[in-house]
Design a protein around this ligand. Sequence first.
Ligand SMILES: C[S@@+](CC[C@H](N)C(=O)[O-])C[C@H]1O[C@@H](n2cnc3c(N)ncnc32)[C@H](O)[C@@H]1O
Length: 197
Amino acid sequence: MNFFFYKLLQDYVHQGHKKQKAVLRGEYALLAEKKSSPRVLELACGGGGFADLFKQSCYTGIDLSAERIAIARNKYPGYNFKVFDVDQSGFVQLVRSADLIYCHGLLHHLKDEQCSGLLQTICDHAGSPAVFIAFEPVLPLLWRNPLGYLLSKLDEGRFIRRPQEYAGFFQGRSLEIKKISFFPRWPQTMRAYILRF
Ligand SMILES: C[S@@+](CC[C@H](N)C(=O)[O-])C[C@H]1O[C@@H](n2cnc3c(N)ncnc32)[C@H](O)[C@@H]1O
């Protein structure tokens, strides 16, 4: 889907991502009680729609897509956006240099082994205190929510999963999981998987 239509759909469903932003604000505030000006790394930032939650000096957004990074730079001048693949060498340094790391809609674009590798790298190299949050859409049960199931199967991300499958990538680590519903606008839900170090 081209970015214009993707953005229209996102704006309709997520209404400015207000629920996701509340989660991010809360976690950032908790970190800020423990250290001054926590640094933020957004993975798969796309057009940068979350960047202005944070001060320019604290924020780095990365994404595989040069087109989306160009859109983000244009919309949020002064913020640090880089074309960067989370599988690329040098990712470890980015993880080490951040206190709050999050992604919104990345894991459902990655195969299982990429998700496991990403989570392992974050767990191995995140400092303390630090927080990782993954916001991901949920694959509903077909018989309970056929429309949501169909939309999940039509998504460009080929790997929308059930909550227990996402949680499995965290290998038994203690997670907080928050449910985010878009009812009645949209028949799919998301979860925020929050891992605190
Ligand atoms: C569903 S979009 C989400 C974009 C943005 N976070 C949002 O919520 O609007 C998925 C994003 O993941 C990015 N992406 C996919 N694989 C990636 C990878 N290996 N490294 C970095 N970004 C990736 C895509 O370029 C795309 O911008």
